[in-house]
Write a protein that binds this ligand. Sequence first.
Ligand code: HEM
Ligand code: HEM
Ligand SMILES: [Fe+2]
Length: 490
Amino acid sequence: MLTSIKKNSFENSESKKLAMMYFRVAIVLFGAQLLMGLIAAIQFIFPGFLFEIFDFSVARMVHIEALVVWMLYAMIGSVYFLMPDETGIETVGIKIAKLAFWVLTAAVTIVVLVFILVQIGPGTINSIWFINEGREYLEAPRWADIGIVVVILIFYWNVFSTYSKGKKTGIMTVLVADLMALAGLYLAGMFFTDNISIDQYWWWWVIHLWVEATWEVFVGALAAYALIRLIGAKREVVEMWLWIEVLMLFGSGILGLGHHYFWIGTPEYWWEIGALFSALEPVPLVAMFVHVLYDWGKEQGAAQAEGKEGSVAKNIPAMTWIVLNAFGNFLGAGIWGFFHTLPQVNIYTHGTQFTAAHGHLSFFGAYATILIGMMYIGLQYAYGIERMTSTFRSKMAVFLISFGVMGMTIALTIAGYEQVLIERAELGATWNAYFVAQDMPWYVQAQIWRSIMGVVTFIGFVYLVWDMLTIGKEQYREEAYIVERAATAV
Ligand code: HEM
Ligand code: HEM
Ligand SMILES: [Fe+2]
């Protein structure tokens, strides 16, 4: 009955429906990621926990693998979501796109099951092909790698054909170019060499050039799209910012790669190149931060001038996550990244819990936040809600997840600081020093706090899922009720 009064805005877009399918899998994997993190965190405190049943190496691997995969799912979902709006046409080849979704999801399920079921064994060419490729973040075996390449080619073909046929906005142009680089870089992590230096050299092409160049440009484009949708920011303004950010992100991010080439056997000139360009990396992040807050403030000011009260955002939960993204990207990647990016500092902090602190805050701040924001925009459209307001659950999710991740980051920073002082400076970074440092009170306490804050994060996640399952229906009913009342009053 309600649908007859209030039309569902989704009826016409298969691309947006596919986007929601990607978002659903993403959120499930996000949950799996957190559970694995909790297991690994407990194992830091009680090393015997689940020993030989679910080893630390497996829990850690699934934790970060699920992280990368859920983010890629949410990114692909975001593209399918915004493409009809940006190009003005339905995504080309949507049937095959849906098939690709199922193929990818089946492959991901098999890969994870194999990780969990085959935890130990010899490392051979066969295990690279069928079990685990052994590269952190890119552990998927080679058969899956090839499958992923095929699925991504289909995805890229969808994007490129839709772009070619439809309107060519600045946001779409940036995305089309960026996705080509992002997909192409994956290939650098696919071939095998038994020389660890060469292996690391290429591995960083994927990891660093993803998160510090192509992914950053990607979220720049998402933020531009979201600001237009949510607060009616002017396209000329956000797209101008976007081009400036693209220029700066690639300018510093590409040679910033050098900060991973300090100690892996690469030539010494990387010290200077890495130091200089990676130290410049926070600059575009500041620009992105200013951009979001400036546009938001300007739109709010304009609303107040018109006498409207409160925030003008059309979707408060989404806008909250996007503002958090501006802060989180700047803090996690910009500040926590800058801390350890100079070789003079990195020689002490390299591979300590300090790195893990930066890893958590940056992945969360720069990517998890805005992708959750995109999911809320998806929910708003799925239910055809004019203006999505926050709920108690959505606020709890924002608060507990951000507080939890920040808490974990601080705890890990303290643990890393202790390692730098005792393991590296005091005891000279020997093998023995590594273990001595891990028994010190500051380290142990920090690990306990990290676990507590991990539980806080997880409770926040439960609120998030609960909210995502209910907010749409609830607010749809409320709006429909108002529409119905208005209709009967006439
Ligand atoms: C959103 C963007 C970023 C993400 C997601 C990110 C994530 C990470 C992660 C996960 C690692 C650990 C990799 C490993 O397992 O070895 C790492 C290492 C590192 N990151 Fe970032 N990062 C980002 C941006 C930055 C920026 C902007 C800087 C510098 C200004 C930076 C500086 C570093 C350095 C120096 C290391 C090496 C740490 C070590 O030697 O142990 N990162 N990053
Ligand atoms: C329930 C909350 C979480 C817990 C308990 C947790 C715990 C852990 C543990 C124990 C590790 C292994 C660290 C090591 O080997 O020293 C780890 C690694 C990692 N986690 Fe989490 N995590 C949680 C949530 C997250 C979130 C929300 C993100 C990002 C969005 C994230 C990103 C990462 C990354 C990038 C690494 C690899 C870091 C590196 O290589 O330096 N985790 N996590
Ligand atoms: Fe990097």
